[in-house]
Write a protein that binds this ligand. Structure first.
Ligand code: NAP
Length: 259
């Protein structure tokens, strides 16, 4: 399917690996030029070079921490005038509700709520001016069904979801569509780290922890970053112009709910 976005420009935050990389690749395949970002310059430059080579699009790589003011300024300088924004950052650590102090919540809010809001505030006005724009926020299935050990993530992402619910309806009239994409378990470094933590806590092997987790997914497996990226690219496409303020769950059926 032609996504109708060839020649547009996108900022994909936190995209040297994992879900962000999947989104960057799928947009590049659709002919979109990219501003890519991650903190680690080496992996970022390597991924950017692979994408340039494979898809022939322009890729600007900005090594910066999107949760810091300086990092946001560096990314925004390169991303002025983008048509598409994919918000993403690392997820907060797991733990118990008794572990978390104010500082832990502030870090989670910075990464998974306030940074995406800052990028939307900076870049959506340019999209409104052009009469076309797409924003996809990578959140989590925990927005629909809490994951108890990820209380920091549950809290921060709920805040972003509330913000998007209202804001998306304020900007839709200008041709700008803001939606959220909710990953369930996907095969990335993040899920490998969570499996390692669960294995340690339960005194079992990482393989056993992974198999136990995957046995609860109706699809019987983790998602791939290319499946995730393809969904993101569709949400950024011409075809998604009537999708406003939605929370699209990609979880292999893991959230056991009718709606
Ligand atoms: P990942 O494989 O660990 O990749 C994270 C990417 O983000 C890397 O490129 C990393 O590069 C970059 N990054 C992390 N923190 C950053 C920061 N502060 N500034 C700029 N770049 C940053 O993680 P993932 O699995 O793709 O997860 C992406 C998001 O989806 C996370 O918020 C995660 O909690 C959420 N999520 C994932 C799953 C899953 O199953 N994978 C499920 C639900 C939700 P550097 O380290 O070099 O910065």
């Amino acid at each position: 399917m032609d996504l109708g976005i060839r020649g547009k420009r996108a900022l994909v935050c936190a995209s040297s690996k994992g879900l962000g990389r999947g989104c960057a690749e799928a947009l590049a395949e659709a002919g979109v030029d990219l501003v890519m970002n991650a903190r680690g310059a080496e992996a970022l430059e390597a991924t950017a070079a692979e994408i340039r080579e494979k898809y022939g699009v322009n890729v600007v790589a900005v090594a910066a921490d999107v949760t810091s003011a300086e990092g946001q300024a560096a990314v925004l300088e390169a991303a002025q005038g983008v048509d598409i924004l994919v918000n993403n950052a690392g997820g907060p650590p797991p733990g118990m509700w008794t572990d978390w102090e104010r500082e832990d919540f502030l870090s989670a809010l910075d990464a998974n709520m306030l940074t995406p809001i800052a990028f939307m505030k900076a870049l959506v006005p340019g999209m409104i001016e052009k009469g076309w724009g797409r924003v996809v926020n990578i959140t989590s299935q925990s927005v629909k069904a809490p994951i108890a050990v990820l209380g920091l993530s549950n809290s921060a992402r709920a805040g972003l979801t509330g913000y998007v619910a209202g804001t998306s309806r304020q900007v839709a009239q200008y041709g700008v569509n803001i939606n959220n994409l909710l990953p369930g378990s996907h095969d990335t470094d993040r899920i490998a780290a969570l499996d390692a933590g669960a294995a340690k806590n339960a005194g079992i092997s990482v393989e056993e922890a992974r198999a136990t987790r995957q046995s609860t997914i109706p699809a019987g497996r983790d998602g791939t970053i290319s499946e995730f990226g393809a969904t993101c690219a569709f949400m950024c496409s011409q075809h998604a112009g009537f999708m406003v303020g939605q929370n699209i769950l990609l979880d292999g059926g893991n959230v056991n709910a009718t709606l």
